[in-house]
Ligand binder design. Structure first.
Ligand code: NDP
Ligand code: A1CAB
Length: 268
């Protein structure tokens, strides 16, 4: 795992920030003594295994000490932040806070707008990122090192794709949990005990996720295989297609993507 050799400052250490911090420290991407975390409530017990970690309640202190800043605040708090980030790399995982807003927040920094997820905790996040103007190849290597410790990462060519991935891969278990709940509800409706349904559906998504994550094949190929097999599953898949599953899923994801366009603005 590539290390970063400068100092790293994380602003916000909640659901996502704490997962990122755990991933980065556990992977040794940054030495604890070269990492700062700023929040308002002080050190997290879950990071007590890293005594060298620096904590502050003052964002300006962190900005002064750190070459690279990682912003993991709620959009409503993050968009109000202001600091002189000249000469620094600022990476944000805040939903809906765009590059233009990041430039305003960080006054002269080189900015990267990214997305990740709490699955970073187990190294299973998907972290896309978009580089703003002036981001160097050295900066890109830092961003790749950070997000490679959290899972899979890609630089995307258009900033608008960060909104798409905020909708799709930001929430974990996210929309997949909604589908899993529907499957559990169906099982319960068929007389299966809730705890049994929970275990069974958890194993289903665990196994299906592993298959999809380790295959080069698109998910549609797996669907076609089952339809071509013409067994019991084919009947169910045909019923889902006829009921408009694809359109329903697209409607949900589009609603989340469109919320990205407002959540980071002053109107929120
Ligand atoms: N949760 C998720 O699944 C995902 C979240 N995100 C994005 O990550 C960002 C953080 O979300 P999430 O971790 O869920 O939020 P949380 O509410 O769980 O955590 C927010 C963190 O920010 C700190 N904080 C809040 N206000 C300030 C402030 N003014 N100054 C310093 N620290 C502050 C909080 O700690 P304290 O109160 O101690 O200051 C806390 O550590 C958001 O922009 C969100 O869109 C992206 C993908 C997934
Ligand atoms: O739901 C949210 O706002 C955050 C951002 C993406 C996932 N969770």
């Amino acid at each position: 795992m590539d290390k970063i050799h400068g100092t790293l400052g994380l602003v916000g250490c909640g659901q996502l920030g704490a997962a990122l911090a755990s991933a980065l420290l556990r992977a040794g991407v940054v030495e604890p003594g070269r990492m700062w975390i700023a929040n308002r409530s002080g050190p997290l017990p879950t990071l007590a295994d890293y005594p060298g970690l620096n904590w502050t309640r003052e964002v300006p202190v962190l900005v002064e000490e750190c070459d690279t800043l990682l912003l993991a605040l709620p959009p409503a708090a993050g968009r109000k932040l202001r600091f002189n980030g000249a000469g620094r790399l600022v990476v944000s995982v805040m939903a809906g806070v765009d590059v233009e807003a990041l430039n305003t927040i960080s006054g002269g920094a080189r900015v990267v707008r990214a997305m990740s997820s709490p699955a970073a905790e187990t190294g299973m996040a998907y972290s896309p990122w978009f580089a703003g103007a002036g981001v160097s190849e050295t900066d890109r290597a830092v961003v790749r090192a950070l997000f490679s410790a959290c899972g899979i990462t890609d630089e995307v060519p258009e900033e608008s794709q960060i909104d798409v991935f905020t909708a799709i891969t930001g929430p974990v278990p996210g929309f997949v949990a909604a589908f899993a709940a529907s499957v559990q509800d169906y099982a319960n409706g068929q007389g299966v005990a809730p705890e049994v349904a929970r275990r069974a559906v958890g194993q289903l998504f665990h196994s299906a996720g592993a298959m999809l994550a380790t295959s080069e094949r698109p998910a549609a190929d797996f669907v076609r295989d089952m339809v071509d097999y013409a067994g019991t599953t084919a009947a169910g898949l045909e019923a889902l297609r006829a009921a408009g599953l694809t359109d329903v899923v697209a409607q949900g994801l589009e609603a989340a993507r469109r919320r990205c366009l407002t959540i980071g603005t002053p109107e929120g």
